[in-house]
Structures are given as structure tokens and as C-alpha cells.
Design a protein around this ligand. Structure first.
Ligand code: NAI
Length: 329
């Protein structure tokens, strides 16, 4: 099988070449993102492998189909970047990697919470300048705080387990509650109650047309003053401008983002020699109580190993059995 990889980084090659030793596929890596225009580069491939910010809209899927592509493998969990109706109509099966390492994202979520709370991002710079003062670095104990998890699937649950160890009270909101969360001591509540009671709110649900800008001005206003909001899920869940307003007023006390609404134009690239053209992203970076990472929640060796192995196994299943457990279309 010939597989063309879009948006490929050097680490993708390392992990996929290693995993491919037991599959024997032919892998072609392109650093180009996938969209309607670049779809023609997949000519001659049976499958394409895409990542989080590739744009698999109807025009792109149509172009891939016309190049003779039979299968699409996403090397990520989310699939909000794919027009599923169009894929279905074109009979283009799409597979993904649902649960490669929920702990990787959960642990990054904790890294963000702890950094923001104890200001280690500021302390690091301060100490390097021989400034050992503590003013401005005051934190709070996580122990006893109430954390609201929006989405209690694999990553939400892995986060809940860690927070439990810190002695946090857990609130959850999920249209499909699971008993393991309750067995852990978690309490399912409606969103309004979660907003009202939580000291920290962490997003772990997929992005869909229904929950786009779930965290908007009204949601932020309903939260506890000074709340900490963490988004390691998908950028479109948070209305960035509303978050900036809430940061300016102090209603939002801390904001940690591993994902950003307009990230496809910036993330996974070195733009340090260029002028940053996104005024919202620039404004966010001026706040001392905002921490941004470039979509690295998944980025551990364990997770990349799993992603590579599961992605190639997904394609093998499609080729050999005509179906796959991790199929979304
Ligand atoms: P999952 O499918 O195991 O769990 C998602 C949960 O969200 C489910 O329990 C579902 O019922 C719930 N849900 C759906 N719509 C909801 C809504 N409107 N409000 C509240 N809950 C809702 O998915 P998993 O593996 O836990 O991943 C969650 C998300 O994390 C992914 O969709 C992806 O966007 C993001 N992600 C981010 C990564 C990163 O590197 N930052 C890496 C991997 C995933």
C-alpha cells in the first residue's frame, strides 16, 4: 500500500518508519498541509494520512477520490476537520486513533494547571535574572479545590484520576455519563452548576457544530470570578475574544490553552523570524496569567508510538477486511 502523509514533521517519520517495519507499506512524507489544492499530490496513493489541522472538506475529499485514493487515516483522535457527510457520500472510509494515550494529554493538562497556579513560567525567567523575590507568584492549593471536567471520556477520565490524587472535588458534565467517574467520587451536574461551582474548568470534549464557542461570554460570566480555564481539546470550543474580555475584567483569573481557534495558520511551525499577524493570539500572549502551548498534549514518545502503530493497523484492517473498529465513516 502506498500512503501519502500530509503535514508530516521529522518526528512523524521516525515513529511511522519504526512502526512500518512490521507492516511493509510504502510511506511518502509531505510537509504540505492537506486541502483541496494539495490533494493532487496524493496521486498514485491508495491512502492518505492526515493530521489535526488538515482541511478535509468536500472539495478536498472529492479531489482525493478522483486521484484514486481509497482510504483516509487520521493520525489523531479528533475528526472535526473532516466533512463526514461528504466522505460518506463519496464512499471514502475515514479512520482515526481514538485512544492512543489519554494519559499524555491528561498529564499535559496538569502541567498547565500547575504552571499557571504556581507561576513557574514566570519564576523560571525571574530566577535566571537573579530575581528571587516572590511578589506576584502567590498560588493556591489544589487540594480541596473543585474541578469541573467538560467531557469525561478517555482523556477526561485520565485527568480525573490524577486530580483525585491531588485531593480535588470533581464535577463532570457529559451527555453520556459514565459510572467510573462516579465511582471515583465525581458528581455529574448540568453545565450551569458546573460553571457556578468549579474553581478550575477543563475541556475534554470533541468539537462539533453544536458546541462551537461553548465557552462564550455568557458561559464565562456564569463562572466563579477568577476561575481557571484549561483547553487541551479543540480551539473552536472557546470564543477567544470573549476570553480576552473576561481576562481584562478579571472574571477569568487564569487561561491555559494547548489549542487555539486559528491554530492551523501558526501551530507546528517556526515563525520566530516573522511578524505575528493574529492580534488575538498576540493579545493573549501579553497576559501574565495566560499560558499557551502549541498543541503538544499528545506529544510523548509513548503516544507517538501508539499513534503510528494504530494508524497503520487501521489501514491494514481496511485493506484486508474492508472495515475497521476505529472507522468514523
Ligand atoms: P472520548 O471520545 O473518549 O471522550 C469525549 C467525551 O466527550 C465523551 O464522553 C463524550 O460523550 C463527551 N462529549 C461529547 N460532546 C460533549 C459536549 N458537548 N459536552 C460535554 N461532553 C461532551 O475522547 P478523548 O480521547 O477523551 O478526547 C477528547 C478530545 O481531546 C478529542 O476530541 C480531541 O479534540 C482532544 N485531544 C487533544 C489532544 C491534544 O494534543 N491536545 C490529543 C488528543 C485529543
Amino acid at each position: 500500500m502506498n500512503i501519502v502523509f500530509y503535514s508530516a514533521q521529522s518526528y512523524d517519520r521516525v515513529f511511522f518508519d519504526r512502526a512500518n517495519q512490521s507492516f511493509g507499506f510504502t510511506l511518502h512524507y509531505l510537509d504540505t498541509p492537506l486541502n483541496a489544492e494539495t490533494a493532487r499530490l496524493a496521486s498514485g496513493a491508495q491512502a492518505v494520512c492526515a493530521f489535526v489541522n488538515d482541511v478535509l472538506d468536500e472539495a478536498c475529499l472529492d479531489a482525493l477520490k478522483h486521484q484514486g485514493v481509497s482510504w483516509i487515516a487520521l493520525r489523531c483522535a479528533g475528526f472535526n476537520q473532516v466533512d463526514l457527510e461528504a466522505a460518506k457520500a463519496l464512499q471514502l472510509p475515514v479512520v482515526r486513533v481514538p485512544g492512543y494515550s489519554p494519559e499524555a494529554v491528561a498529564e499535559h493538562t496538569l502541567a498547565l494547571i500547575l504552571t499557571l497556579n504556581r507561576h513557574t513560567h514566570r519564576a523560571y525567567n525571574r530566577v535566571r535574572e537573579s530575581n528571587f523575590q516572590l511578589q506576584g507568584l502567590l498560588g493556591f492549593n489544589l487540594h480541596g479545590k473543585t474541578v469541573g471536567l467538560i467531557g469525561t471520556g478517555q482523556i477526561g477520565m485520565a485527568t480525573a484520576q490524577i486530580l483525585k490524587g491531588f485531593g480535588c472535588e470533581l464535577l463532570g458534565y457529559d451527555p453520556y455519563p459514565n459510572q467510573v467517574f462516579e465511582a471515583l467520587g465525581g458528581e455529574y451536574v448540568e453545565l450551569g452548576e458546573l460553571y457556578r461551582r468549579a474553581d478550575i474548568i477543563s475541556l475534554h470534549c470533541p468539537l462539533s457544530p453544536e458546541n462551537h464557542h461553548l465557552i462564550n461570554g455568557a458561559a464565562l460570566a456564569a463562572m466563579k470570578p477568577g476561575v481557571m480555564l484549561v483547553n487541551t481539546s479543540r480551539g473552536g470550543l472557546v470564543d477567544t475574544r470573549a476570553a480576552i474580555m473576561a481576562l481584562k475584567s478579571g472574571q477569568l483569573g487564569y487561561l491555559a490553552l494547548d489549542v487555539y481557534e486559528q491554530e492551523s495558520e501558526f501551530f507546528f511551525r517556526d515563525l520566530s523570524d516573522e511578524i505575528l499577524t493574529d492580534d488575538d493570539l498576540s493579545r493573549l500572549m501579553t497576559f501574565p496569567n495566560v499560558l499557551i502551548t502549541g498543541h503538544q498534549g499528545f506529544f510523548t514518545g509513548e503516544a507517538l508510538t501508539q499513534i503510528a502503530e494504530i494508524t497503520l493497523a487501521n489501514l491494514r484492517d481496511l485493506a484486508e477486511k474492508g472495515q475497521c473498529d476505529n472507522q468514523v465513516v
